[in-house]
Design a protein around this ligand. Structure first.
Ligand SMILES: Cc1ncc(COP(=O)(O)O)c(C=O)c1O
Length: 339
């Protein structure tokens, strides 16, 4: 099988494993792990955020800001299909106690215009809007910088915060060529993942002001996320930041090759403009996504199908030959197989 289910399936390279084996470690709950401290300093510097915290996952990177800046009984405005709504086991409500107000804007991208009417007026009878959550990239689609700047301006006017779920923040940076510090300046808190396109086995960074990260450190411990000699994991993160960011452009080009191959078939329905990074969504002209998944599986391509579409993701464990084979398979499949 050629595995296009997700960029989370990548395995650490030999060089990354060697960096992990060499890592100096200490107790991070005491702030004494030199490798974690170095990773956090590096993440801060690269995003222009004051402070950073190494955490176990992207889900934790969303949960902590919801907990701190959202706040129990308050409202967060998010997209209907955002990751916090669909794939984080309801932690926004069950752990953070925050009430989501969902928007259904095109391509998963919020706009200041769509958000403004949802802001709660101040009243002792109503919950308060405290946070806007944006996901960048959203299904591989990048926010235009101006969209984010307008959302940020609105939150400054209204005294709210913006959290960016940047699980694939670096894909957005590479695809748009927007300076990472400029992109990060459009949110108060940001999380990005090391364990997706960047190829590390585990970990994410949470970024924000010094005061926010101090509080985040406290909440991470409360959630059971304090780590001890986790410098071996941070070393993989440092390796990923140093070696695997620029190469994301290769994943994006490969996704384009696959998207073009799909466009040439009779059976696939694809919007090429929505393939901006490493994620491709495609539906069948004559069937649902589950059926497309079945047919692709039968031909040796692993992917994720839903009732609507199939998701294919490029990542660093694929070779040029794999991509050529995927394109050839896609173009050779007979339309009748989907009937
Ligand atoms: C957009 C987005 N946000 C957050 C996450 C959560 O990351 P994790 O699986 O590390 O909790 C994911 C994971 O796939 C994601 O795609």
């Amino acid at each position: 099988m050629i595995d296009l289910r997700s960029d989370t399936i990548t395995k650490p390279s030999q060089a990354m494993r060697e960096a992990m084996a060499r890592a100096e470690v200490g107790d991070d709950v005491y702030g004494e792990d030199p490798t974690i401290n170095r990773l956090e300093a590096m993440a801060s510097e690269r995003t222009g955020k004051e402070s950073a915290l190494f955490i176990s996952s992207g889900s934790m990177g969303n949960l902590i800001p919801l907990f701190i800046n959202g706040g129990r009984g308050n409202e967060v405005i998010t997209h209907r299909d955002s990751h916090i709504m669909s794939h984080e086991v309801g932690s926004v409500a069950s752990i953070a106690g925050v009430l989501p107000q969902c928007v259904d804007t095109p391509r998963g991208l919020l706009t200041a215009q769509a958000v403004r009417p949802l802001l709660r007026e101040r009243s002792y009878m109503m919950s308060r809007t405290t946070m806007i959550e944006v996901e960048n990239t959203f299904g591989g689609i990048c926010y235009p910088l101006e969209h984010l700047q307008k959302i940020k301006a609105l939150t400054e006017e209204e005294g709210l915060t913006v959290h960016m779920d940047g699980a694939r923040f670096w894909n957005a940076v590479i695809a748009t060529r927007v300076d990472p510090t400029l992109l990060a300046s459009t949110c108060d808190t940001l999380t990005f993942c090391l364990s997706k396109g960047l190829g590390a086995p585990v970990g994410s960074l949470l970024l924000g002001s010094r005061e926010f990260i101090e509080e985040a450190r406290h909440i991470r411990k409360m959630l059971g996320g304090g780590m001890r000699q986790a410098g071996i994991l941070a070393a993989a993160g440092i390796y990923a930041l140093e070696h695997n960011i620029e190469r994301l452009a290769e994943d994006h080009e490969r996704a384009q090759r696959i998207a073009q191959a799909l466009k040439r078939t009779q059976w696939a329905d694809i919007t090429l403009e929505d393939v901006e990074t490493n994620i491709i969504f495609v539906s069948g002209k004559h069937c649902d996504g589950k059926r497309v998944e079945e047919v692709l599986n039968r031909h040796g391509i692993a992917c994720f199908g839903s009732s609507e579409s199939v998701r294919l993701v490029t990542h660093l464990n694929l070779s040029d030959e794999d991509i050529s084979e995927v394109c050839a398979i896609i173009e050779q499949i007979d339309e009748k197989e989907f009937l």
